[in-house]
Design a protein around this ligand. Structure first.
Ligand SMILES: [Zn+2]
Length: 451
């Protein structure tokens, strides 16, 4: 951050006691640590399992209220540690000596459908359960891992309410939103989404399906796992053990008279080839693929052995995404734009045309840059909630020609940027920093692997 020279100019005036729609940070006024200490006091008066039920409920209530995506429960020898992942960052919530009278991990294991005691030899254990918290059904996926210090449980908290599944709420700028709404109404072709784990790809895919979902079209999806049930969509779960692989699933789907197909992930030649061919024969496909940027999807398909003509003729476009933390509206401070020297240094290793665009975008007057500070509402992190940043690449004749010539990613990327069809993740992120939604340092942290 120092690198950016963003210095606070003044404290933002005013601020509300709580951001709208945000619950207070601590249910019942107690932190998990305090509630745990309270529980210990009742020890001896209540059976251990009652205490474990109370403790596990309390942890989950806190997790939902604090918008945690994952809860880590770690047995570290004689100690117990509970951490929450909030806005992509792990935070310590409870650090205490373990109490043998409160069988917390056994309680979670039973909820997940495991045996109360961990197996003596390693076995992959995955389970799930549903729980009503604050009046809504929260799904929890549980994974167990044997560490040398004892069992570690990770609880993935799936809160349907947090996942808005509304295309307009993802954080796409107006122009991209209009383009995407048009693009997902194409009668045929394939659209790719890429991004790291936890970048919100699945949410985007679901939001797109939800946006076009009507009784007049047959939407079928292949997923692993099926994370959310979408009304009116025929969702199928991949199961390699029973032979229901991606490729087999795709072949089956094509006999089900589909209009729109969602393929959770393309990871091999066979499923890539079937997907792209069906995109040429009157089907609209959405899928994700594992690469670092939108233009590099093409090279990934080349590596899988997909012929260039098939990519050039079926691909509609691609989107890459990441999540950036939003700066806390209660404690954010105004920041001066970085100096020209700092920005020049930052862009010096970029493609010259792209570098100049970035530089102009950062230095253009009229920005409302912010810098994070930290307060009680954001647990002193300076950030509250997350928003997507997006890179949208649309195919055009120039890019198609690059594909047919089997050119590498950097040439495809340059062509896409220069022909105005690619606004990169960094450009979109800078736009969101300029409007004060996030900070420049956060955008650079999240896109660091891109430049
Ligand atoms: Zn704050």
């Amino acid at each position: 951050m120092a690198f950016w020279g963003n210095k606070p100019e003044e404290q933002l005036p005013g601020g509300q006691p709580h951001p709208p729609g945000q619950p207070p940070a601590q249910p019942g006024g107690l932190s998990i640590e305090e509630s745990y200490q309270e529980l210990l006091k009742t020890k001896g008066r209540a059976p251990g399992i009652d205490l474990a039920i109370k403790l596990s409920d309390m942890i989950l209530e806190h997790a939902v209220q604090e918008r945690a995506s994952d809860v880590h429960i770690e047995n570290q020898g004689a100690n117990l540690r509970v951490r929450f992942r909030v806005d992509g960052i792990l935070q310590d919530m409870l650090h205490a000596p373990k109490n043998a009278d409160i069988p917390l991990t056994q309680r979670i294991r039973v909820l997940a459908g495991f045996d109360p005691e961990p197996p003596t030899s390693f076995r992959n254990e995955e389970g799930r359960f549903q729980k009503m918290i604050a009046g809504r059904a929260i799904q929890v996926r549980v994974s167990s891992f044997p560490t040398v210090n004892g069992e570690k449980l990770v609880l993935r908290v799936l809160d349907r309410q947090q996942l808005g599944l509304d295309l307009d709420q993802l954080g796409l700028d107006q122009e991209s939103l209009v383009i995407i709404k048009k693009l997902i109404r194409n009668p045929y072709g394939i659209f790719f989404i890429t991004g790291s784990t936890g970048s919100g790809k699945t949410t985007s895919l679901y939001a797109m399906l939800k946006n076009i979902n009507t009784a007049m079209i047959n939407i079928i999806s292949l997923e692993d796992p099926v994370e959310y049930r979408l009304e009116g969509v025929n969702q199928a779960q991949i199961n390699a053990k029973t032979g229901f692989t991606w490729a087999e699933g795709l072949r089956t789907i094509l006999r089900q008279d589909p209009d729109v197909i969602m393929v959770g992930e393309i990871r091999d030649y066979e499923s890539a080839e079937i997907s792209l061919r069906s995109a040429l024969t009157g089907h609209l496909l959405f899928t994700t693929i594992h690469t670092i940027s939108a233009p590099s999807i093409i090279e990934r398909l080349f590596e899988m052995g997909v012929p260039p003509f098939l990519i050039a003729s079926s691909m509609l476009g691609a989107m890459s995404q990441r999540l950036v933390r939003k700066v806390c509206p209660q404690c954010a401070q105004k920041a001066a734009p970085p100096s020209e020297a700092v920005v020049s240094e930052f862009v010096k290793n970029m493609d010259p045309v792209e570098g100049n665009m970035i530089k102009e975008l950062i230095l253009k007057p009229g920005a409302d840059y912010k810098v994070e500070k930290g307060c009680a509402a954001c647990r002193n992190t300076g950030y509250l909630g997350r928003i997507g940043i997006f890179e949208l690449m649309l195919m055009n004749e120039e890019i198609r020609k690059q594909v047919l010539d089997h050119n590498p990613t950097d040439m495809i990327r340059r062509t896409a940027v220069q022909t105005g069809k690619l606004r990169t993740l960094l450009m979109d992120g800078i736009g969101k920093a300029r409007s004060g939604v996030t900070t420049l340092s956060e955008v650079i942290r999240v896109t660091a692997t891109m430049v």
